[in-house]
Design a protein around this ligand. Structure first.
Ligand code: SAM
Length: 250
């Protein structure tokens, strides 16, 4: 059965935008439920790989509700979170304001500067070449009409020496594990979507989009094609999730 939120070709972006407008308010809760809270651990791994040095410039693409962008900021990076969904960006801004207020209460002299959230398309990043030291994308690449274009854009705005980090659903090499995991995505995840967000289709989209996404090995191949250095695939949970890492040549 086809999914109302997955359509190939030019209509894709509009449908993805509809999808995130629908689920924005419930996104964080369902993320925790469907991943058993593990996405937080995987995102910590992304942040470790980013090796943030104070004052460096970071760009978090498809930032959604802003968790990666906020953490990059807390580590000292001057951070921009970019997303095309106004609804997801609104949640990110609210979260950032709360975090800033908490921070001010604890430490009134702190010079914590929240991330800047920008509406824009990850396939046409509205920043000049060689702008950022760190570029992350969490669960975003799979949603783009062209994930290759997304990576090319990440490469373009990366400064020489910058770190590019992609966290995304993966495809386990082990056939049995892949079947179990795809069954979870096919059955339990839409059920969680139905129970907590009233929308099973929005969560059935994950498996549908993953079927059309070539996942970690192809992303690594593309990174090599862009002449990134130290290209690595870090498989998490037996490849059910993956981090792709690469550095732009100095
Ligand atoms: C699954 S959410 C990921 C949110 C967050 N990065 C995380 O790790 O939880 C995917 C996000 O990508 C955004 N997105 C999808 N296509 C996009 C595009 N072409 N340009 C910018 N953002 C896009 C959606 O609006 C959504 O917020």
């Amino acid at each position: 059965m086809s999914n109302v939120f997955y359509v190939p070709g030019e209509q894709r972006a509009a449908k993805v935008n509809d999808l995130f407008a629908t689920i924005a308010r419930h996104y964080d809760l369902i993320n925790d439920l469907q991943s058993f809270g593990l996405h937080r651990r995987w995102k910590r791994r992304v942040i470790e790989l980013a090796v943030v040095k104070p004052g460096q410039r970071a760009l978090d693409l498809c930032c959604g509700t802003g968790d990666l962008a906020l953490t990059l900021t807390r580590r000292g990076a001057e951070t921009i979170g970019l997303d095309f969904s106004p609804q997801m960006l609104q949640v990110a801004k609210n979260r950032s304001q709360k975090s800033e207020a908490r921070n001010q209460n604890k430490n009134p002299t702190s010079d914590f500067r929240p991330p800047t959230f920008v509406q824009g398309d990850a396939q046409a990043i509205p920043f000049p070449d060689n702008s950022f030291d760190i570029i992350t994308v969490g669960y975003g690449l799979r949603n783009l009409t062209s994930w290759e274009k997304g990576l090319e854009e990440m490469f373009r705005v990366a400064k020489p020496g910058a770190r590019l980090i992609v966290l995304e659903f993966g495809k386990p090499a082990n056939a049995l594990w892949r079947t179990i995991y795809f069954t979870h995505l096919k059955c339990s995840v839409p059920l969680i979507g139905l129970l907590f967000c009233g929308n099973a289709q929005a969560y059935a989209y994950i498996l549908e989009s993953l079927k059309h996404y070539p996942a970690q090995l192809a992303v690594a191949e593309k990174m090599r094609g862009l002449k990134l250095m130290n290209v690595r695939v870090i498989n998490l949970l037996g490849g059910a999730m993956a981090i792709n890492y690469g550095e732009k040549l100095k």
